[in-house]
Structure formats: C-alpha cells, structure tokens
Write a protein that binds this ligand. Structure first.
Ligand SMILES: C[S@@+](CC[C@H](N)C(=O)[O-])C[C@H]1O[C@@H](n2cnc3c(N)ncnc32)[C@H](O)[C@@H]1O
Length: 176
C-alpha cells in the first residue's frame, strides 16, 4: 500500500527532500560489522512505493573515475556520476547492497538536473536495514565464504572488481 506524506506523492516528496538537502528523520545509520561497515535502518514503518532517501553527492558529467561511493548512470545520452565519497553526513551513501532488496535506486530530474533517489519496493518494518541491488555482478560479498573481500571495490556503471584470486569482472548497473 502506498502512502503519501503531507499530501505529497512519493516523487513530490523526493523533490521536496532534494530541495531541502537533508534526509528524513525516519532513518538512522549504525555500524553493522567490520566487513559490511555501516548501514541505514528504518526508524519507523516505510510503506511500499514510498520515497526513502536521496543518493546525495557531487554530480559529475562524463567518466571521471570511480570509488566505493560513486554511482554511475546514463542520462540524456551522457554518462554521469554522483560522487558521494565525501563524509557529508548524508545516508544515501551508506545504503548497502542486497540482491533481494527492499529499495530501488531511481533517476529523477529536478530543475533539469538528474538526481538519484531510493524508493521502497516493499513494506519495510521498523528496525529493518534499507538496501538496494547494486547490480547483477559478482560482488565479492555475494561470493562464497572464505573469499577475501576485495579492497578498493568500485560501485559504478562500469565496475571492475579485483578479487583476491586476481579475477577481474566488469559489469553495468541498470537504471530505470
Ligand atoms: C556505498 S558503500 C555502503 C556503505 C558502507 N557499508 C560504509 O560503511 O560506508 C559501499 C560499500 O559497502 C560495502 N557493502 C555494501 N553492501 C554490502 C554487503 N551486502 N555486504 C558486505 N559489504 C557491503 C562494500 O564495502 C561496498 O564497497
């Protein structure tokens, strides 16, 4: 069931939050463990379809390198990247990957500028971690136990993951 906040639909709420430049107060982050690091959690029930949060960072046009916190996408025939590597206190950059996620990253346009936001694809209970699918690639944490966590993992449109066994993978993140 989709609910709106303050009479706004989810896209309007996303736009409002983008303009305010801050996360909603129904989210918190915490350190989960040493391999996963931090994650974002719901402080109250989030309904399916609702806007959750913006993936905030510096918007760059063109391919300008990648890091753990960069999200690469195409818009209007061009390559863009949101570089969220700065520890700016925003929570979009702290949302972890799950192949069966409760959130989905979507592209929006606000005042002609592309923005990335995560929306709920299912009801999310209070206390649950917010996740989205980084993409259908062999991300190291999805591989078999015992495999060493790759250092310098890149989250991006073109992802190169260097496994401990010197195995390189390139893939793409989809965007709808
Ligand atoms: C955009 S950051 C997410 C926030 C990160 N956990 C942190 O503490 O800053 C992406 C990084 O988080 C980690 N990560 C994301 N999803 C994960 C998962 N399901 N299991 C383990 N590590 C994960 C990986 O190190 C990845 O490079």
């Amino acid at each position: 069931m989709m609910r709106s906040t303050r009479g706004l639909n989810p896209c309007q709420e996303a736009e409002r939050q983008i303009r305010m430049g801050k996360d909603k107060d129904n989210l918190r982050w915490e350190h989960i463990n040493t391999s996963k690091g931090r994650g974002v959690f719901a402080k109250s029930h989030i309904f399916k379809g609702a806007f959750i949060l913006q993936y905030r960072g510096i918007l760059r046009k063109g391919y300008s390198g990648t890091n753990d916190y960069s999200y690469h996408f195409r818009h209007g025939g061009s390559h863009y990247c949101i570089d969220a590597s700065s520890e700016d206190g925003s929570m979009g950059r702290l949302v972890n990957d799950d192949p069966k996620p409760n959130g989905k990253m979507k592209k929006m346009k606000v005042d002609g500028v592309p923005q990335l936001c995560i929306f709920a694809v299912k009801d999310i209970m209070e206390g649950q971690e917010i996740t989205y699918d980084y993409g259908g690639v062999d991300l190291p944490w999805r591989s078999s136990p015992g495999q060493e966590m790759a250092k310098g993992l890149h989250l991006g449109y073109e992802v190169s993951v260097w496994f401990s066994k010197n195995y390189s993978v390139t893939s793409q993140l989809g965007m709808t």
